[in-house]
Ligand binder design. Structure first.
Ligand SMILES: [Zn+2]
Length: 421
């Protein structure tokens, strides 16, 4: 059994001791009241603050070595460029790219993420070695062609799901439906049926660009991507829809009624010029579960959840001319506990019995001088370099800024970047 005691750490404004046993937060008690056992690793955290690990609700971790590819290109040209490059990737590439993603996630405080990419067993292995947990989807993607590849994809999906039942590191399997424009109707129906049969989460891109909406309406009798996916039974509380940026009032109503998780990926959306009018308030009021993602590094160039939170809020405030559009506590929930709810995981909060996913924040810096609320300093003033240690499922993933194996990961990654470009 591993035991960690974080002594004298600030939790929600008060000094506490946090005792971690195995994977869980076993106790949170007033500072100085928890006696460590002889096997306990004790860390003096005086002056530091504990926050939950972040949950990145939409990313493609294997794209972490594709930063800066197709900069300044239009969305569909950029996508074609990415797909060409993806034709060259193999398990070795995925292994190191995913490890590089893990390093970046850990440095920026992410302990759980929702992924959609290729070579899942390899990616899962890489993340598992780093201690970061993922919801990994098998991605159905047939470029809209109703051909024989369909059957194989569902068979592969089933095989991977079977394999995933042996995973014992806290990662789990989801069904990925790439998007309305890249998967044919028959495969969407079958993927939904498979997911429902086994009570699996569905992870998709939805209403990301105006072109996607226009094309969908032209191809499917005037139905928007949301209406179309709904007509195929793909939307409910187990659906995680990335982007949901171009929505009609009816779309908002459907997403709310179905309790869909909508993931805002502001850095990707703004950088690819897909749009920025994310309907946070409308979706929230309609009943949708709202989260934050970084998207893959090919579009957003990093996996930094604090940066994504800040940009989400300031853009939301700006386009609405409304500084109260996205309050800090709701913003923080989007990056933590709302993701846990979507993934059906007992984390995203610091409380006894929850999985011990904890970021230890060093507030002894100019960024935290202000007596403003802690979350204001954390999200608007500081950046992720304030995170000095990270605990994922009860073990140190980074301690005093040190991540095991980082040098080797950077070395392999540099070589692979040359190969893939
Ligand atoms: Zn994406």
């Amino acid at each position: 059994m591993t035991e960690i005691l974080l002594k004298n750490i600030i939790v929600a404004g008060a000094a506490k001791d946090i005792l971690i046993r195995d994977r869980l937060i076993s106790r949170i008690a007033p500072a100085g009241t928890v006696e460590p056992s002889p096997v306990c690793v004790v860390m003096d955290c005086s002056g530091k603050t504990a926050i939950p690990g972040f949950i990145n609700m939409h990313t493609h971790s294997g794209m972490t070595l594709m930063k800066g590819v197709g900069e300044d290109m239009k969305f569909h040209d950029w996508l074609a460029r990415i797909w060409k490059m993806e034709s060259k990737i193999d398990p070795e590439y995925i292994y190191w790219a995913t490890k590089a993603a893990a390093v970046e996630m850990i440095r920026t405080g992410t302990t759980l993420f929702n992924d959609q990419y290729w070579f899942v067993p390899t990616a899962r292995q890489a993340m598992s070695e780093m201690g970061v947990r993922g919801a990994f989807s098998y991605v159905i993607l047939d470029n809209g062609a109703p051909d024989k590849s369909g059957k194989d994809q569902l068979e592969e999906c089933r095989a991977l799901w079977e394999e995933s039942r042996g995973w014992d590191d806290g990662s789990f399997f989801t069904v990925g439906i790439h998007a309305v424009y890249s998967v044919c109707e028959d495969n969407i129906r079958r993927a939904v049926e498979f997911a429902r049969e086994h009570d699996l989460l569905i992870h998709m891109h939805l209403s990301e660009t105006k072109k996607e909406v226009d094309d969908c309406m032209a191809a499917h009798g005037g139905m928007s991507p949301v209406e179309y996916m709904d007509s195929l039974g793909a939307l409910d509380h187990r659906t995680i829809a990335a982007h949901t940026l171009w929505l009609s009032e009816k779309d908002v109503q459907i997403l709310g009624e179905r309790k869909v998780t909508c993931v805002h990926n502001i850095n990707s959306n703004t950088k690819l010029a897909s749009g920025y009018h994310f309907l946070y308030n409308e979706l929230r009021d309609a009943g949708a579960n709202l989260c934050i993602g970084t998207d893959g590094c090919a579009s957003s160039n990093n996996l930094d959840m604090l940066e994504a939170m800040k940009t989400s809020a300031i853009v939301q405030k700006a386009w609405r001319w409304s500084p109260d559009a996205l309050p800090l506590d709701e913003l923080f929930d989007m990056g933590t506990v709302n993701g846990a709810r979507a993934l059906r995981e007992n984390t995203g909060v610091l409380r006894e019995g929850a999985v011990a996913d904890i970021n230890i924040v060093n507030t002894d810096s100019v960024f935290f001088l202000s007596d403003a609320p802690f979350l204001a300093n954390l999200i608007y003033s500081a950046h992720s370099s304030c995170i000095e240690s990270v605990i994922g499922a009860g073990r140190f993933l980074m301690r005093d800024y040190k991540i095991n194996g980082e040098d080797e990961i950077l070395r392999h990654s540099r070589n692979l970047i040359k190969r893939i470009r």
